[in-house]
Design a protein around this ligand. Sequence first.
Ligand SMILES: C[S@@+](CC[C@H](N)C(=O)[O-])C[C@H]1O[C@@H](n2cnc3c(N)ncnc32)[C@H](O)[C@@H]1O
Length: 283
Amino acid sequence: MDDAAALRLGMGAYSGAVRPVGASGSGAAGETMLLWALGQPAAQRHNAFVHHAAHSLALDACGRRLSLLQSPSSMATPGVTGAVVWDSAFVLAKFLEHAVDSGRLDLRGARALELGAGCGLAGCVAALLGADVLLTDLPDRLKLLRKNVDLNVGGDARGSAQVAELVWGDEPDPELVDPPLQFVLGSDVIYSEEAVDDLLVTLKQLAGPHTTIILAGELRNDVVLECFLEAAMADFQVGCIEQEQWHPDFRSRRVALFILVKKPPLASQSDVPLPHFVMTHTR
Ligand SMILES: C[S@@+](CC[C@H](N)C(=O)[O-])C[C@H]1O[C@@H](n2cnc3c(N)ncnc32)[C@H](O)[C@@H]1O
């Protein structure tokens, strides 16, 4: 069976079609090869939805016009990446809206956390869709993040949004995971080989047996993605949500959407029902 052909219906709290990563035994290397060989990300338009020199970006979502403040000058500081919005944030935010509108996802009343939120687009949209979201990032990123949350998630939002510091690899405050999180979201957080280990430590700390992790990754560097997927597959079932499931106006072959759920402890894996596979050809 080849990876491009097998779709599974649903993973975690998402009931749409998901392509299991590594189902054919080709693992992380096979997945990155598939994404780069079939998608040809480098040939696609870079920054298709965003404009990094602008001080604010607009996006229509959830029946309103969102306004995302950016700090283009901060990007000159080495290591600062969250001062502007990245394409994968648009993809993830509009995917969430589309999946909710299509009945494949329900965020109402769900506890959610966004990792490396930057300007906070995905987390704000999740809150407008009904989730109670904690948007997190490094301490020096929180001022801009708070401004964007205040600007976009008002009192009439279906859910709520709060901002907190969370540094990957650090022990998270116990109240972050109690009660357990139903969703962990992240856009463009798989971008540096050095940060992959800490990111995975945090994902493992935050995820419980009923947590669905949805990550939108920019396909810039196959080595970084392969390194992330290989390590993630030790503890998580990993699926790829194909472009057909995304919002039709926000598709890009430079972005991939992954969904992760924690593997059950080894002793109970034999009790888990086999996934429902639908044989289909996606291309
Ligand atoms: C490429 S930006 C993406 C920002 C935003 N999610 C987006 O898609 O527009 C990566 C984000 O991860 C955050 N980040 C990087 N390393 C981190 C770490 N060790 N702990 C917490 N956040 C981190 C950065 O501050 C930044 O906001």
